[in-house]
Design a protein around this ligand. Structure first.
Ligand code: SDX
Length: 396
């Protein structure tokens, strides 16, 4: 049909469709980062370590992990002038719109890092990468504070996820005291979003980076792509769907029936995937973690029961089975984020924090490839054949 035809544009080891970062087997529900199964990383690693693995290709030594963590802490604050960009938005502005604008401004505040040429100085890349991950996290927390009319918090000298929770929830009169279960659950959520092959937003980052655009600008483009409801916006849409089922006292039957109508507007959000024709392994991990996290926090969530019922109904329905539609990463992630106190409005920005290492790794693959060329996919033209111009006076 009129889809793009990707063809090898002579990128050598990382051709337009080649990468060394993430392996997906959609038929068997396999996901590996630099060869490590996502199940093992989820069980034994944490977000910052997995971010290092995704970006640099190897699990860090203790010294490398310490240095990376220090760079993240040292670059957690944002320029105070950037606060004026927040003020340029109405309080109710879409968080992803704010995030893409403020991340894009990093290129203006750090022009010496807004380059695309790391053949000269890879050390610049290390700082730029750490800065991007750390500041995206701080900006997301700032968006929450701004939307709620709360004073911004300054980062502390604490681990990445603890700092995020502090930036989000500490008050002038009371420091946020993160409990281990919460930071562990947040690490898991971010880790599971770290990278995912050539999804819409990552392909966007590669495309923009291939033009010579700097990392901050390329990340802003990826954030735009992620905001769509069929992509990163789905985690928010899932919670809205579950809440509607709860509020209507529906048992999900009406939603399942509507989802089978085939219209994109009624799709079962959090279900189906462009690659997986089996369970998304991340959905399985998060689904199991929901019970654990809620139990440890001494919380219950009626939406979890609804989600489980919905999953059971769909997976026993010929429509979903015949199309190999299974839960994806977004189906359960919102329930855990809600249990951690993160408001639904920020769910997609949380996805952006988690995906930032994957975007950075993919951008680096493109930006540092000596044989790299601009992405320029071709298309199959199906428009009108050649015809001659008709002056307006002679048109019907
Ligand atoms: C993410 O690419 C990635 O890796 C993305 C991601 C990542 O980590 O970056 O995994 C994150 O984006 C996960 C997906 C989040 N989106 C949603 O949950 C939105 C709901 N899902 C769908 O919109 C859909 O499944 C997509 C967009 C995810 C995938 O769409 P495809 O591959 O284009 O599937 P399709 O449109 O070709 O659908 C095939 C059939 C169609 O029916 P028929 O025309 O054959 O009759 O399945 C139906 C679709 O109507 N279908 C659904 C459905 N998803 C597909 N029907 C009901 N509910 C759904 N969710």
């Amino acid at each position: 049909d009129t889809g793009y035809l990707f063809y090898d544009q002579g990128y050598g080891n990382t051709g337009s469709c080649e990468s060394q970062i993430t392996y997906l087997d959609g038929d068997n529900g396999i996901l590996r980062h630099r060869g490590y199964p996502i199940e093992q990383l989820a069980e034994q690693s944490e977000f910052v370590e997995t971010a290092y693995l995704v970006i640099y290709g190897e699990l860090p030594s203790p010294e490398q992990r310490k240095r990376f963590g220090t760079m993240l802490r040292e670059n957690a604050a944002i320029d105070t002038q950037m606060m004026r960009i927040f003020d340029g938005f109405p309080r109710g502005a879409p968080p992803m719109g704010m995030l893409t604008s403020i991340v894009s401004s990093l290129a203006a505040y750090y022009p010496h890092l807004a380059t695309n040429n790391f053949e000269k100085d890879l050390a610049n890349f290390d700082l730029t990468a750490a800065m991007a991950i750390s500041k995206i996290r701080t900006i997301v927390a700032g968006i929450y504070r701004y939307r709620h009319g709360l004073p911004f918090n300054y980062p502390k000298d604490v681990p990445f996820c603890d700092n995020f929770l502090h930036l989000m929830f500490s008050e002038p009169y009371k420091e946020y005291a993160a409990i281990p279960e919460v930071t562990r659950a947040l690490n898991l959520i971010l880790l599971l979003h770290a990278d995912h092959e050539q999804n819409c937003s990552t392909s966007t980052v590669r495309m923009v980076g291939s033009s010579g655009a700097n990392l901050f600008t390329s990340l802003a483009a990826g954030i735009c792509a992620l905001s769509g409801p069929l992509h990163g916006g789905a985690n928010t849409a899932v919670m809205q769907m579950l809440q509607a089922i709860h509020d209507e006292g529906d048992d999900g039957t009406r939603f399942i029936a509507a989802a089978k109508s085939g219209s994109k507007a009624n799709r079962l959000m959090g279900f189906g995937h462009a690659v997986y024709r089996n369970y998304d392994p991340r959905a399985r991990i998060i689904g199991h973690a929901c019970d654990v996290v809620l139990n440890k926090l001494g919380k219950t969530d009626p939406l979890l029961d609804i989600a489980k019922r919905l999953e059971h109904s769909a997976l026993n329905d010929e429509y979903f089975l015949s199309r190999k539609l299974y839960p994806n990463v977004d189906f359960y992630s919102g329930i855990i984020m809600r249990a951690l106190g993160i408001p639904t409005e920020l769910f997609t920005t949380m996805f952006a924090i988690g995906r930032s290492p994957g975007w950075i790794a993919n951008w680096k693959e493109v930006a540092s490839n000596p044989k790299g060329r601009i992405y320029r996919p071709r298309q199959v033209y199906v428009g009108p054949v050649k015809r001659d111009y008709v002056p307006i006076g002679k048109r019907g």
